[in-house]
Structures are given as C-alpha cells and as structure tokens.
Design a protein. Sequence first.
Length: 334
Amino acid sequence: MEENKKVLYSGMQATGTLTLGNYLGALKNWVKMHEEFTCFYGVMDLHSLTVRQEPAQFRKNARALYALYVAAGLDPEKNCIYYQSHVAAHAQLGWVLDCFTYMGELNRMTQFKDKASKHADNINAGLYTYPVLMAADILLYQANVVPVGVDQKQHLEITRDIAERFNNLYGEVFTIPEAYISENGAKIMSLADPTKKMSKSDENKNATILLLDDRDTIIRKFKRAVTDSGSEVRFSEDKPGISNLMSIYGCVTGKTMEEIEREFDGKGYGEFKLAVGEAVADELTPLQKRYDELMKDKSYIDQCIKTNDERAAYVAGKTLRKVHKKIGLTELIR
Ligand code: TRP
C-alpha cells in the first residue's frame, strides 16, 4: 500500500447479518476506495459487546461479517480488513480518550439515548462511552476520511472534538478526520414502511432484504413491498415507496431515475417490483456464492485475518506509543 495516499477508516458491528441497505449504502461503495485511499475496515466486535451477545453466535457473526466483506469484493490484499478485538490498541486508546471526553458531550449523543431506551434493562457504561471507542478506532489509523451514514455523523463530530482537544494540549498527534459522504451511497428504506431506514432489527421480516436471502425470498419480499397510490413509476417525494424501489434498482443497475421512469413508462407497479427483485437477486447471487466458498475454505480467511491483524496492529501501535509518550506514561523497556 502506498504511503502517500490519504487514509480511510470504516467498519461495521459484528451483529446479525447485513442488509441490502448496508450493502448498497456502504459496502458496495467501499470496494473501489483502495484506488484512492489506504483503507482500513474493522469488524467492530468490541462495539457489539454493548449489547448482550450469545458467545457462539457472536463468534459466527463476526466471521460471517469478515467473509461478507470479502465476498462483496473488498480485496484483503488491497485493504486492511481486521478484527477490532485483535488489536489491543483500540481498547487502550479508548481508555485514554475516555479521560479526554466530557460526560456533558456524551449526554448529547442521540444514539445513546435511542439505544438506552431500547435496552432499558442493560444501559451499561460501554453503551455510554461507545463513541469514544469509535474515536479511538478512527484516530489510531490517522484517518483522513470516514465513510459513515447520517446516523454516525454525530459520532464523527465528537471524534473530531476529542482529537482537536488532544492536539491543542499535546501538539499534532491526531489527524482530524472528515466524514466521507459518497455520491452514490444510497439510503435504503424499509420495504414495509419507506419512511423508516431498512434495518436488520426490524420485526417485520418483509421489511428487510438480508444479503444472504435466497432468490425466491428476495423476489417475494419485493413483490410485497409497500407502494404508493397511483400506478406510475415516478421518482418523487409523494411516492416514498416507489422512490425507494427506484433507488435500489438504480444502485444495482447503474440506471438514472429518468432512465428507470422511461423503462417502466406505461407499465404497472407489479411489473416494476418484479424487475427490482430480479435485479437485486442477480446482484447478490455471485456475492452469496463467493461467501459460501469462503466460509468453507477456513484457511484462506484465517490467513487474511492474521496478515491484516498484524498490519493494523503495527499502524495502531505507532499512534498509541506516541500518545502514551505525549501524556507522560512511562515507556516500555525493551
Ligand atoms: N458505530 C458504527 C456503526 O454502528 C460502527 C463503527 C465502529 C465505526 N467504529 C467505527 C464506523 C469507526 C466507522 C468508523 O455503524
């Protein structure tokens, strides 16, 4: 990897399976980023601990996420794809940064309030300091850009605030990261309620396309997708259902909204929904095949993990040592 490229950092939590929203909104756009950036992608398993996990399933989910990254086309030789928990520096810098973050700032995090209300029986301190660990993830790699969805923008803001505060006290230690909002990263909405984001935790199974859904399931879910009154395939605010399906179709086929309108001019919703279902199934079939192969070939993924864990640890370790030195922690005697 070239030294002169800017650094990009991102990752996803290792919980459950990914949705079409995660894929079209993020993963698919990550595949080519290495051309412009030195890329680090984490399997964010430490963040997943903020919610109680069943150990065996959790381990499987983390592995599945790694394989999905690769199956979606992220090349583990061109990108550093690694497990957050394998690089101790995340937890170490997380602690240091906890001491540079104010409770008043964390109290303002909307995601914390949201999650705390959903998990009222387990409002743990990790859930509260979640954004600080995320700041550590990003700052350890001196990332310039962080592709995130709107729901993570506030966390990126606090990351910048923490980094600036630290730099003001100790000099230029951290690169100040910027949110990277990609031009073609679509926000995919629920198929059952197009005013809500597509989410893997949706109770209505028909609302969400999972990346590992089979062809028939995908087509059936699209057939059932909520549409709007009228019968025209037209992209507009008063047609949130059809507009969402059009965005999905556009993401997958590369067609513009005007092209899609022309393609389905005079045709009904039924025909359009079937076409979207088929296009999505066609897009996901090769990914699923590759995923199955990867899950069978244990040694290949193991090797990728090992090599990339080491690379990540090297980069992160450099930053951590610098931080320790700046704040006056005693250096290791080697
Ligand atoms: N919080 C992010 C999410 O739920 C996942 C995440 C953890 C992340 N650390 C990160 C994303 C660092 C970008 C950069 O989507």
